[in-house]
Design a protein around this ligand. Structure first.
Ligand code: 13P
Length: 291
């Protein structure tokens, strides 16, 4: 149907109290499985690549595949560059045709984070219809999730979040609220729902201007997802789960068909497993039928 930036589909999501799934892919079969699920469920979709696969596969190759698939798919699709810490690579991906760029300068000082984020916002807006995601605070890895969530200074400060958004002009915003990348080691990860709701209220109570992103989707309990939707989450990032599904599906198929040597059949198994996993996320996020 259309190639879109992340902001436009997230504004609709935030208004409708659902969220768009943003799925990290590392290869073509995974990408096809993600698109299969979104098409089947008639859901808007964000495809993400982190920097490593983007450089490994080639950003122009990825954009060409994305365009080919998105132009014929009956749903709106965005191609997002995830967690890029290099200003130059953000710009290169914008030039290549990514439609959302995340400049992750969250490990820099507050002022430097603002400076780099604003530079990418200005650049992407001058190139074309590209939205930009910025992050404030620390979205931890799972190892240090507890430490971060108990350390207020590493979570996004609501007043600073508003200032950050205003000074950078960022289109979509990822506040650190205690979610973590990887597989949570506890059934009850420490997530600050109130902080998310407060930031959302401060940014979006007079109409949705800067929709919010939830990082660390893998392993979030379903009731957490519900609460985060209510608190304003309009994009949920899911990466680790899809890596595990890819490798497990491949491994299981090969173990069960040890003498077959037919890569096409392995690919079918992986694509279908990814389709099912993403379909489940679309159900949880409430985006079915919203395309
Ligand atoms: P997970 O790997 O925990 O799903 O987190 C994904 C993410 O936030 C990517 O930006």
């Amino acid at each position: 149907m259309s190639i879109v930036n992340a902001k436009e589909i997230m504004v609709e999501a935030a208004k409708g109290k659902y969220a768009v799934g943003a799925f990290n892919i590392t290869d073509l079969i995974q990408l096809e499985g993600v698109v299969d699920a979104a098409v089947e469920k008639k859901s808007p979709l964000i495809i993400q690549t982190s920097v490593k696969p983007s450089k490994f596969l080639g950003r122009d190759v990825l954009v060409a595949i994305f365009r080919t698939i998105a132009e014929s798919a009956p749903i709106p699709i965005c191609l997002h560059l995830d967690h890029c810490t290099e200003v130059d690579y953000c710009k290169a991906c914008a030039d290549s045709g990514y439609t959302n760029i995340m400049i992750d300068a969250s490990k820099q000082s507050y002022e430097e984070n603002i400076r780099q984020t604003k530079e990418i916002v200005d650049y992407c807006h001058s190139v074309g219809n590209i939205s930009v995601e910025g992050e404030l605070g620390t979205v931890s890895g799972v190892e240090d999730q507890i430490i971060v969530s108990e350390d207020e200074t590493q979570l996004a400060n609501p007043a600073q979040a508003v200032e950050f958004v205003e000074r950078t002009g960022v289109d979509i915003f990822a506040p650190a609220i205690g979610t973590a990348h990887g597989v949570y080691k506890t059934k009850n990860p420490k997530v600050d729902f109130e902080r998310m709701a407060t930031i959302n209220k401060m940014l979006n109570s007079n109409g949705i201007k800067t929709p919010l992103v939830v990082h660390g989707g893998t392993g979030l309990p379903e009731d957490y997802i519900k609460k985060l939707l209510e608190a304003g989450g309009a994009k949920f990032n899911v990466s680790t789960e899809l890596k595990r599904v890819l490798i497990d599906a491949k491994y299981d198929y090969i173990c069960a068909h040890r003498e077959e040597y037919d890569p096409g059949k392995v690919d079918v198994a992986v694509r279908d497993a990814i389709r099912k996993a993403v379909g489940h996320w679309i159900d949880m996020l409430g985006s079915e039928g919203k395309a």
